[in-house]
Write a protein that binds this ligand. Structure first.
Ligand SMILES: CC(=O)N[C@H](C=O)[C@@H](O)[C@H](O)[C@H](O)COP(=O)(O)O
Length: 226
């Protein structure tokens, strides 16, 4: 399916997420992060959890990609694992539901009713994938966007420090569904390079909204000098 109506122009989507164990968790902190991002030109926000989706929808006027991270014991699928989360995200008013579309634990089959439910409600679906093959499977499942979110986060995908540019290029060359670059993009130069691979949009999270990780990079660099 093509949902060019959601993000009519290509650009930067800022992921504003703080989990319970992170310093910025709670209150309206992520809504403020979202406001700062939109003030400076972000065309969309990606966020986790009903409360942050609601507050961000209230705060800014750009499309919101919603997900719910939930760890189910015995399973590795943690991004919007079940229909319960899909319903909560849609009801909270997200414009796009992001969910795991990886080839493990029978997920490529199990995810079908989740995609169908969201789309029947008029909410688009972003498939978070980790490999080229999963991208093709996601397209065949009829998702609206394919994100490279999970490359490096499944045991069998390419593990690397930087963004998976090879995957961005390969998928953009092959699929008709818009590809969203996501994962470990830390610099404007990397964002530009991702776009040059042919993707429609770039998601940047930690490099903008996780100060503890940004600080860590500086401290590490300073410690490593000489
Ligand atoms: C693997 C996983 O759980 N990714 C999550 C997905 O929503 C987020 O924790 C990331 O921050 C997001 O993907 C953006 O990536 P980065 O923060 O690297 O720019």
């Amino acid at each position: 399916m093509m949902r060019n109506d959601i993000f009519p122009v290509s650009g930067l989507i800022v992921s504003c997420q703080a989990l319970e164990d992170e310093p910025l968790y709670g209150g309206d902190t992520m809504a403020k992060m979202a406001r700062a991002a939109v003030q400076s030109g972000a065309i969309g926000i990606r966020t986790n959890g009903v409360s942050d989706i609601l507050m961000i929808k209230n705060e800014v006027n750009v499309p919101v990609i919603g997900l719910i991270k939930r760890v189910i014991p015995g399973s590795e699928v943690f991004i919007t694992p079940t229909l319960e989360e899909v319903k909560a995200i849609v009801m909270a008013g997200a414009d796009v539901v992001a969910l795991d579309v990886t080839d493990r634990e029978g997920r490529l089959e199990a995810v079908k009713p989740l995609i169908a439910w969201a789309q029947a409600m008029g909410t688009a679906v972003m498939a978070d994938i980790s490999t080229f093959e999963e991208g093709l499977a996601a397209e065949a499942l009829g998702v609206d966007f394919i994100g490279t979110t999970l490359s490096g986060y499944t045991s069998y995908s390419t593990q690397q420090e930087g963004p998976d540019f090879a995957l961005l290029r390969a998928l953009s060359d092959r699929v008709k569904v818009p590809v969203i670059a996501e994962g470990r993009i830390w610099t404007p130069e990397e964002a530009v390079k991702a776009m040059a691979c042919g993707v429609s949009h770039v998601v940047v999270g930690s490099a903008i909204t996780r100060p503890q990780l940004i600080t860590e990079r500086y401290v590490k660099a300073l410690r490593q000098r000489v």
